[in-house]
Design a protein around this ligand. Structure first.
Ligand SMILES: [Zn+2]
Length: 274
């Protein structure tokens, strides 16, 4: 397995936490002060988070009751910009899924990352949508765009989906865009060699949404960015690996020797802040 992939797996493996995820989920409001990211997106937190408004030009946020629509101001700006640009391309509203909890930190369910207010999930659904109430948006179900054997996309995937993923990958400040490896394979068939594919990385799941991560913001010296993405478009043996027997086994959980990693010490103060 490629070394960077192993490093990513280690980063995504759930870590034991000094403060349980439930404590972070119960923090209903952001920690005060200027926006500041601490640690890594898989083991970190943030102060000074701001909420994504539940709806805006080009988007409607879903499942707002989870209180996971908080982020660093850079992420909120990024998400709103992306939705407006998507609308300018003629797309219907985007469904925006989870960002982060008000103080970031681990979540009790669904995500290993999304801990520092730099990640956002955007559904790959370009069907026309009416303006829906917030209650209606609690129950959104988007079908998969990937074939059952995950070797590529199904008939629901259109060039407009590829254009939306490209728009996200080319937006300034983006670090990476995670999509299912079947989606990446199809993008490679259509766009091999194009520079934007570099930032579109294959992963499990993500067959009906893309996960966008932005770079560490200015003014956050304690923000830790993941390893740089290897050069190239990624349309190579590392992509073929996802169809191998090894990749189809349950996700490995390699753990470095020693005690499990814990959240940066500064996160304790962020969790306890009034
Ligand atoms: Zn995500």
């Amino acid at each position: 397995m490629k070394r960077w992939l192993l490093a990513l797996l280690v980063l995504l493996a759930p870590a034991a936490q000094a403060q349980p995820a439930s404590a972070w989920a119960q923090a209903a409001t952001p920690a005060p002060g200027p926006a500041r990211v601490i640690g890594a997106t898989t083991l970190g937190c943030l102060a000074g988070a701001v909420p994504l408004p539940p709806e805006g030009p080009g988007y409607q946020a879903v499942r707002i009751s989870r209180n996971r629509h908080w982020g660093h101001p850079d992420l909120i700006r990024f998400t709103r910009d992306l939705a407006q640009r998507s609308r300018a391309m003629g797309n219907p509203d985007l469904w925006i899924g989870d960002l982060a909890q008000p103080r970031g930190g681990p979540m009790p369910s669904l995500h290993a990352s999304h801990q520092t207010g730099l990640d956002v999930d955007i559904w790959l659904d370009l069907t026309p949508k009416p303006a829906m109430s917030r209650a209606q948006r609690e129950e959104i179900d988007v079908p998969s765009l990937v074939l059952p054997d995950q070797s590529g996309v199904n008939a629901r995937f259109t060039p407009a989906h590829a254009r939306l993923i490209r728009l996200a990958a080319e937006q300034s400040g983006v670090h990476l865009v995670l999509v299912n490896h079947g989606i990446k394979r199809s993008l490679c068939e259509m766009h091999r060699g194009e520079a934007w594919l570099h930032r579109v990385r294959p992963w499990r799941g993500h067959d009906s949404h893309m996960h966008i991560r932005i770079r560490c913001p200015q003014g956050s010296p304690d923000c830790r960015e993941a390893n740089p993405i290897p050069p190239g478009d990624g349309c190579d043996a590392s992509l073929e690996w996802w169809l191998s027997e090894e990749a189809r086994r349950p996700p490995p959980r390699p753990r470095p020797p020693g005690p499990p990693p814990s959240l940066p010490a500064a996160c304790t103060a962020i969790l306890r802040a009034p």
